[in-house]
Design a protein around this ligand. Sequence first.
Ligand code: FES
Ligand code: MG
Length: 590
Amino acid sequence: MQRVPIRPFRSRDWFADPARSDMTALYLERFMNYGLTSDELRSGRPIIGIAQTGSDLSPCNRIHLDLARRVRDGIRDAGGIAMEFPVHPIFENCRRPTAALDRNLAYLGLVETLYGYPIDAVVLTTGCDKTTPSGIMAASTVDIPAIVLSGGPMLDGWHEGELVGSGTVIWRSRRKLAAGEIDEEEFLKRATDSAPSAGHCNTMGTASTMNAVAEALGLSLTGCAAIPAPYRERGQFAYETGRRIVEMAYEDLRPSHILTRDSFLNAIRVVTAIGGSSNAQPHIHAMAQHAGVEITAADWSEHGYDLPLLVDVQPAGRFLGERFHRAGGVPAVMTELLGAGKLDGDCLTVTGNSMAENLSGRTASDREVIRAFDTPLKEQAGFLVLTGNLFDVAIMKTSVISPAFRERYLQHEGAEDIFEARAIVFDGSDDYHHRINDPALDIDENCILVIRGAGPIGWPGSAEVVNMQPPDHLIQRGIMTLPTLGDGRQSGTSDSPSILNASPESAVGGGLSWLHTGDMIRIDLKAGRCDALVEEAEIARRRTEPPPPVPVSNTPWEELYREKTGQLGDGAVLDFAVKYRGIAAKTPRH
Ligand code: FES
Ligand code: MG
């Protein structure tokens, strides 16, 4: 017996619209040229898109080229017809001037594809940092049934008996290089040893964080996020994901049913517990905006900051993705939060069940890696939200603050987590690299390194550059981190306690634009304040001076991006795009 979908499949409008039977032949014939039959296409079965993010240019997601075969098997076995298509490539490490330009571009492209073609539901293949938010943003705009299939992290990296994790090994090895402890060949060896297989970053960087966020939002099958790419379970989840999306198509279970304020708050909580990337902040705000859900900076303070760090994975902890998966992965972390009353278990998920139902029986099996809620690695491990005369909003990832940094800046007697530091201001990363070792700057441990021109408009795209390394002479004296501040981002794999994502950025006239080297900055973490100690009259005078230089746009998209993109504090979305939501309710005209 033919199953009846809750809402007629939109692909019928292409392949079986009685009012335009003259168009049907045109729509059908070219899909048949690779072997599909008109009977299949007109059978009334759902067309399931596989949004393919893997390619030779996207090595983090390349596993999806293989996984798609199992997704297709699942789709076919459940009675759907698969159509795979490419998504604009995004590769965090290699895309210049920054992969952040690609999140909104891939979003735009995916919206057009999902809207303009006969696709009833979609499997979003995710992995490398921005492939996850861009897919989810597009799914919300179009609002057809959508499910996330993560590609999974690489296997754990080992170098001479020591775990070496993606990105984190780079930041740590750069300091060793500056201290003269290793040479460049050793640097390269350590870096390549951190990438032993297919998959995305094996640390709790932005990729693992955003895939965990997708799972926390209820958008993937339970336990999907953390399975390492080469594990057999990855292929099995690909198959089950393919099966499930067909059912979702019949049930008309759409992102707008799943993405609620409560599910986003769950995601914020999970980011704290896993020690997740600071990039989760703009991406969660971006996804929420496209879902029509209000999430503010205050939500990170109110719902995220007070929670503990439960996961001992780099950069906040010691281990890597394989151990995390074997310990129980994201469901085991969520089970701890649920048990402590810190998670909303009622949220609907792609399984068709509530999050609490999905989590039943999913406890951690390795307490070294996933701690119980009552015996965490760190208390109050969420992002601190700061404000002041230099910006309206910026965040600081507290889970990576080292005991040495805490001792030096935050816990001296009477200090109450307040410190003052002399600003050293850099205009973009080239300026930083040229001048960081310049003796004339006289940088010592009482300085804060500031970078501007690194936000969405200034860079353009916003760059991961705020985790600036101290000058070599300080590193050689054992000072591995200085406080840093900037209007750009930092890598999710960084262990630097930076104040970042400062919005509004310097390039649009934010406070960093008038800051001078030598100004004193006062940071009061308890009060959530960060202020330059500069008189109002002097600030007004400086505002009449020419603004700091910003590089020209070099591509058409850079120019358009600059024209239309907002600030990191709000997710750096294309402002005009947010109003388009649920557009699949109206099929495009013939
Ligand atoms: Fe692609 Fe980290 S660079 S996942
Ligand atoms: Mg990154």
